[in-house]
Design a protein around this ligand. Structure first.
Ligand code: AMP
Ligand code: MG
Length: 316
């Protein structure tokens, strides 16, 4: 989140170089894709990705789609099986998002994957998106560039009206295509349709030579957006705790005595950036009982509390 004036740049080499530099500096840059305008941040930068949630006012941490210039770059982030290679070969660049196993050396922010070990990726077809991704040369996390709950933006004016004071840059590429979201296919196991979108399921089935599973199938009981709610530390969590009990590990916020602290200075952006990392660290030390400091319920605190509450809900 920022209060700096919005830099609107043209999609020419000079403007794209400025936008790529802004991404490198951890800033938020909106750009056109063939679906809608995306709100981009360097997917390796925890603080920049936290900024996406702050700017959009998203009340929950759903995993984000990472945009890449080409297949070679995608292969450095995810493991591709034969199905994934076939689909990428047929539909990239284009409105197809693949969910694939995340490579351990990918260095993607855990806030992008919401702590999952899978990653949603796509190579967009829009020439301006292509040129920006090539100029930047790295992975760009980008949900739609609109305030949470508002209509998806298909012009630069929509973006400026909705997010103008909350983002740093905007590449004005004119109106973008159809405004349909990308089709999301998981190729982690059996190819599964997670979200219908710009590329019809029939075209994907024709390419694979077999029907897609759907997330309503009993074997794959995961709907888009819900997968994230399944990531929670193994230990039980007690929220709004002032101090840890004798058998508890403290996950702190603010100036408290804690083994792990989301943000000793009480900064919600830092806490959001560190959240999934801290949850993984609690598993790594086999924490069985976790006490969590109160988190203020405004700004990014809303999404942090949403995630903590899900993690604290008893599971079987
Ligand atoms: P949006 O950011 O609005 O384009 O939405 C991204 C969609 O991709 C959401 O429905 C997410 O739940 C879904 N998604 C992103 N990453 C994953 C993942 N690793 N597994 C399953 N779904 C995902
Ligand atoms: Mg959206």
């Amino acid at each position: 989140m920022t209060n700096a004036p919005l830099s609107i740049v043209q999609p020419d080499p000079a403007g794209l170089a400025v936008a790529a530099d802004m991404l490198r500096a951890g800033q938020l840059v909106a750009f056109p894709t063939e679906t809608v305008y995306g709100l981009g941040a360097d997917a390796r930068d925890d603080t920049a990705v936290a900024g996406i949630y702050a700017a959009k006012g998203r009340p929950s941490f759903n995993p984000l789609i990472v945009h890449l210039a080409n297949l070679a770059m995608a292969e450095t982030l995810c493991d591709f099986n034969d199905d994934a290679h076939r689909l990428a070969g047929a539909f990239w660049p284009g409105a197809l998002t693949l969910v694939l196993p995340l490579r351990p050396d990918a260095r993607i922010s855990k806030l992008v994957t919401a702590g999952l070990d899978t990653l949603a990726i796509r190579v967009p077809d829009h020439p301006v998106a292509q040129a920006l991704l090539a100029a930047f040369g790295g992975p760009v996390a980008a949900p739609s560039a609109n305030p949470s709950g508002r209509v998806s933006p298909t012009t630069a004016t929509h973006v400026a009206d909705g997010l103008g004071r909350k983002i740093n840059g905007l590449v004005d590429g004119g109106p973008c295509g159809v405004g349909l979201e990308s089709t999301i296919i998981s190729c982690v196991d059996t190819p599964t349709l997670l979200r219908a979108g710009g590329i019809p399921a029939e075209a994907i089935e024709a390419c694979l030579g077999r029907p897609l599973a759907t997330s309503a199938d009993p074997e794959t009981p995961v709907a888009p957006g819900q997968l994230a709610s399944h990531y929670a530390p193994k230990g039980t969590m007690r929220l709004n705790a002032q101090t840890a009990g004798p058998d508890e590990v403290m996950l702190g916020f603010g100036p408290v005595d804690a083994l792990l602290n989301l943000s000793p200075s009480g900064d919600l952006t830092e806490a959001a950036a560190r959240l999934f990392d801290c949850l993984h660290q609690l598993d790594a030390i086999n924490a069985t009982h976790i006490a969590v400091s109160p988190i203020p319920n405004h700004g990014l605190g809303v999404a942090i509390n949403d995630r903590l509450q899900r993690a604290a809900t008893p599971r079987d």
